[in-house]
Every structure is written in C-alpha cells, then in structure tokens.
Write a protein that binds this ligand. Sequence first.
Ligand code: ADP
Length: 442
Amino acid sequence: MFDKILIANRGEIALRILRACRELGVQTVAVYTKVDTDLLHLRFADEIVCISEKSYLDANSMVVAAKNHGCEAIHPGYGFLAENADFAELTEAAGLSFIGPDAGTISSMGDKSNARVTAMTFGLKLVPGSNGAVENLAEAIPIADEVGYPLVVKAARGGGGRGIRMIMKNSEFEKAFTDAQAESLALSSNGEMYIEKFLDPVRHIEVQVMGDSAGNAIHLGSRECSLQRKHQKIMEEAPAVNIPEDDLQTLLDLSVKMAEGLGYRNAGTLEFLYQEGEFYFIEMNTRIQVEHPVTELVTGVDIVKEQLRIANGDVLTYKQEDIQIRGHAIECRINAEDPETFMPSPGTIEHYHPPGGPGVRVDTHVYQGYKVPPHYDSLIGKLIVHGENRDLALRRMSIALSEIVIDGIKTNIPLHQKLVTNAAFMAGGTDIHYLEDELGLK
Ligand code: ADP
C-alpha cells in the first residue's frame, strides 16, 4: 500500500478519504485555501498545505504539493479536479498514481456524446436523440425537429447541470441552444452539443461499478436518485426502489459488461433514466459519488479503501458473488441553505448535535463553532441510515432528522423532514420532478 497520499479536496469527502487512509495506515497530506482553514480533516492529517487564496482547481499546485511532501498518489474526491483528464495525466506524468481511472477513460467518458455511442456498443439503450455531437445551430435544428419536442440539449463536456436546457417547443430552440452552448464554451472551451428526447415522467437510477488494473469488474448494486431539485440530487437510496428484479439484474449485468469492456479501473457510476420498464443510459461518472455511502451500507464494501487498493495495483478484494445487497439505505444531503428559497446560508454553526443509534451514519466536516465559508458548495454533510428494509430506513431517517441539531445557519433539514413522511415518496417510485411539482418547489 502507499505510504502517503495527497487529498486534493475539501469538506466531508476529504474527511471520508482521510478516514480510509488512517484505517489502511496511509499517511495523508491535506490541502486548504486561505479562506478555508477550519476544515475538520486538517486536524487529523499528517501534514497540511495551503494550496491557494481560494481555489481548489489549480492542478499544478496540487501535483507540486504532492511531490514536495513525498506523496505517492493523489485522491481527487468528487467535484473540483476529479473528472479532469489533464489533472490525471499531470499526476501520472509526475510519477504519482491517480486514485481513479486513467486519463484516457476520464476524457472519453467526460465527452457525454461519445459516452452515449460507447454505451450503445455494449448493448445499453440510449435516450432517443442525436447520433454523436452537433456543432452549431444549423446542424442542430433539423435533428431537433426529427427527435421531436419536448427535448433536452446538453453540452458534450457539461456536468453538474451546466450546459443543459430543457426545451418545450421549437420556438424556444434557438435561444436555448445558443445559451447552453455559450455556457459550455465559457466552462470548458468546448462547444459540442447533443440532443435527447425529454422523458417525462422518469426516474434516475444508477449503478456503482468498480474495476481493477487486471481487467476484473463488478457492480455494487443500484441506487435511486430521483429526488432532485433543478436536476441536482437531494436524497439517495440503495437499492433502487420497486424495480422488477429481473429488469434490475439485466441492467447490472450490462453495466459490468461495459466496465469490463472499457477496461475500467477504480470506482465509476453509470447513470440511467428509467421509464416504463426501460433503462436509458445518460452518462458515466468516473469518480467517487457524493451518494456512495448508501452503497457502502447495503454491501458492506468500503468503496474509498477499495479505490486506494486498486490504485495501488491490487486486484479487487471482492468477486461478484461476494456482493450481497442487505437491507436498505437512505442518504439526505444536508445543505447550508434556506429550505424555502434555497439561497446559500453561510455562517457560524452555533450548536451542533449529531443523531445516533443503530444504523445511523453522519459524514460531515462541520462541528460546533465551525464557520461555513461562502466560497464553496453548500453541502455541509450527509446523514445516512441503514435498516433491514425500506420502511425501517425511512423511520430511522425520520428519527435521525428529529435528533440532529444544526443552529446558527439555515439548512434544508426541514425539507428532508417533510419528504421522509410524504406518502407518495414513502410508497416509492416518485419521479425526478416530484419534489418540484408536488411540493411546490421550483
Ligand atoms: P449533469 O451531468 O449536468 O448532471 P445529466 O445528463 O446527468 O447532466 O442530467 C442531469 C439530470 O437531468 C438527470 O438526473 C435528470 O434528472 C435530468 N435529465 C437529463 N436528461 C434528461 C432527459 N433526456 N429527459 C428528462 N430528464 C433528463
């Protein structure tokens, strides 16, 4: 195993990675910025490095810090540099291991239009739409007419909701396409777009896969991520809810086939839209996901430790037959934001009390007195519960949400409280617009 690695991230995921390292006896170098000095994991890291004024995006500084501090590898976490192929390449070029897939895979899956074509070759269904990328409006208009409205235009190099527009009728196409393309150009200097039919109602289901450098690949089951606001996940579950077992098994098998066929190394997620018994591939995320703990709780696999082992060149600890899904897990993303307006709510946490009891896990970097800085994502933690079935998991979540205290800033805990006792959500199978439509949250 590595002796020392650099954690190129902040917040709860940096702490999560640090904990995995400590269990494996790996030393850690944690990074921070001048405006982000209170992070919990900085207290437990073996060494800490100030990386910049404010940004965690400087690939070069990360690699230089890793080299200067004698690291052998870099864990990128999620967000920031995690799906940046240039960063992976820079890391490897400096003689360090990148704890993730190789740069080529990140780049080819990061082009979502290309990923669609690849997924199709492995037998996965696609949302009906364009074949490959479209470069300009003149090329896009006839394709849009053929796909039919409503439709979605997406940037090939988009992500996190950027460069994406839902278009209801053709009179809106020109402006929406141009805006989405401009957004993509500003972010990635890439203007390639693609078009998909807008599916409604639809659910978001995903599959966790892992592969090693010896070419082995397995899945760790499914997740349900249909509770979203503005296409951003708010609550996730494992496994996916109320899906016929055979349909799900076919999806899991095809996902492993794709991971194997790609020679995929490390942890990855295949994302699908689910409608009327069919799964439609939308994208592959080539990194650890925010929602990975629900999978850890139902499989017993420590995904982050497994990531480190794979990057170290070890073969997967598990064979497919070792993976059994036990019970049900739910994760609530706790955001520092107004539960009604969704405006960010940075500031000092005056009181903090975590919930506890059987099957309750809290992944957070906050503590009493912690000051949530205004510069980064509003995610301040994740409350995750596990129970022998979904009913118990829902009940545990409801109890845990009533116990948790985070005072001094606003959080979305009241929204989660409403959701876990909502009859339609409790019954299972609500679609990706349920939260916005039924609860009147736009
Ligand atoms: P990003 O990578 O920016 O998150 P995705 O392609 O993963 O973009 O889509 C984000 C979300 O948008 C999905 O989880 C889903 O809620 C919604 N979405 C994406 N494509 C479609 C589609 N073709 N029809 C309906 N909803 C969609």
